[in-house]
Design a protein around this ligand. Sequence first.
Ligand SMILES: Nc1ncnc2c1ncn2[C@@H]1O[C@H](COP(=O)(O)OP(=O)(O)O)[C@@H](O)[C@H]1O
Ligand SMILES: [Mg+2]
Length: 234
Amino acid sequence: MLPLVLESVTFEVAGRRIIDRVDATFTHGTRTVILGPNGAGKSVLLRLCHGLLIPSEGAVRWGRGDDSIARQAMVFQRPVLLRRSALRNLTHALALRRVPRRERLARARAALDTVGLASVAERSARVLSGGEQQRLALARARAVEPAVLFLDEPTANLDPAASREVESVIQDIHEAGTKIIMTTHNLGQARRLGDEVLFLARGRLVERAGIDDFFRHPSSSEAVAFIRGELPWH
Ligand SMILES: Nc1ncnc2c1ncn2[C@@H]1O[C@H](COP(=O)(O)OP(=O)(O)O)[C@@H](O)[C@H]1O
Ligand SMILES: [Mg+2]
């Protein structure tokens, strides 16, 4: 279903341009990080890619097949979990994707195992720690074997140790063949997890580069300032 192509994608709310003519192509095999300061439009851009928002102008196109939505998954900053056990959250997601009933339990348990949550399978998802909840959300995304996984600041609410665990799960999902497209405002995370960077500032894609090039030779003044940690409104 890849590449995913954005053609002059623009998004306006009440006359205000939040995403401004973004052109981009996302291909298989690389981990893409969408980096930028708070309010740059990262979440909105990710939602446009995933089809949760419709561009005001321009187009979001997928390479092949008409089953695109079924092959995408998204993980949000705050995991959206059902008031049921960790295991039931997974079997429910598999049921929605029409996985045969006889396969669901085994697949759900295998998915929990891959994120280190086998021991809390029967526990209510709502009482898990923040890091465990986010790993459960990742297990759920992974269980449906998506071609593309969108992640919107998946560690923004987590402490450093829980963040590293989540990063390691994201890396596993990448290695299993899923295309990763992730937003972050965290430079260290971009370095650890990114192959390429799309740098967004005030709704515009101002820079796109391989991860090392981006940090060594940022070409826009916005990226230079962001890397230096300057406040974006100065
Ligand atoms: N549904 C919406 N309606 C109006 N404004 C929005 C909406 N969603 C986001 N915005 C605005 O668009 C800008 C970009 O938001 P967002 O994509 O959340 O930024 P980021 O994720 O980079 O921090 C912000 O100024 C935000 O207030
Ligand atoms: Mg955001």
